[in-house]
Design a protein around this ligand. Sequence first.
Ligand SMILES: C[S@@+](CC[C@H](N)C(=O)[O-])C[C@H]1O[C@@H](n2cnc3c(N)ncnc32)[C@H](O)[C@@H]1O
Length: 266
Amino acid sequence: MTGEGVDRVAQDARGAGLSGRAARWTARVLTIYPEMFPGPLGQGVVGRGLQAGLWDLQVMDIRGYARDKHASVDDVPYGGGPGMVMRADVVAAAVDAAGEAAAQAAGAPVPLLALTPRGRPLSQARLRRLAAGPGAVLLCGRFEGIDERLFQARACEEVSLGDFVLSGGEIAAMAVLDGVARLLPGVVGSAASLDEESFSGGLLEYPHFTRPRDWEGRAVPEVLLSGHHGQIAAWRRAEAERATRLRRPDLWSAHRGGARGRAVRN
Ligand SMILES: C[S@@+](CC[C@H](N)C(=O)[O-])C[C@H]1O[C@@H](n2cnc3c(N)ncnc32)[C@H](O)[C@@H]1O
């Protein structure tokens, strides 16, 4: 990777050596605010995984690829209008450097994800596919976004966090990375908790309860105190189905459609 724009945050934070580096799931984030990272990604299970070298985070400052002495990454929009637009030539230089470094480390091309509000909404299924690969390059926009020709010229998947507008792609990139990192082997203590959580089986998760047994006049459902694993599993399944049916009719009909399809195929 060309040196100037690169800030190897994770490596600095850990002071780790290079052994095993290529095999690690590696995120390369392109941003004009590299100091925002690792931010929340340095905390909790995902942060502990980063510290332990279970995944790697490299942050590249897009300004390191600017072409003028002011390190400009943006310019006024053709056609007029408010705000500034990120330059395709500067962003492409950063994207190419990250892509080459990623491909070299992984021995194969690594997906390039651009965080944009017009992208495909992020899903647990997409996170799982990403986690199964060698890593990703994540491009964070700012201002009014990036010159359209960048998307035409580079194979890039646009990913959205939802139907709302953030001031930059960094928080969206952190959401992607938090979601991926917790799926990587060893990051979350109990792999079973990943299988049972929301979206994994096409349903929302069942409700949880812990001590105290009675709180503000509300008791824990009796079945959870029974010690009967079969009944507990059946209750949880029914609760997951009920929550999905009531809260997310879209997920529920997709789930029902999938179940019907499986029944017909079998
Ligand atoms: C202020 S926004 C640009 C919004 C753009 N002018 C529009 O109307 O769609 C700046 C950057 O924030 C990021 N961003 C904003 N909302 C996002 C979302 N819902 N999902 C992912 N990234 C988002 C993108 O990287 C975007 O380029």
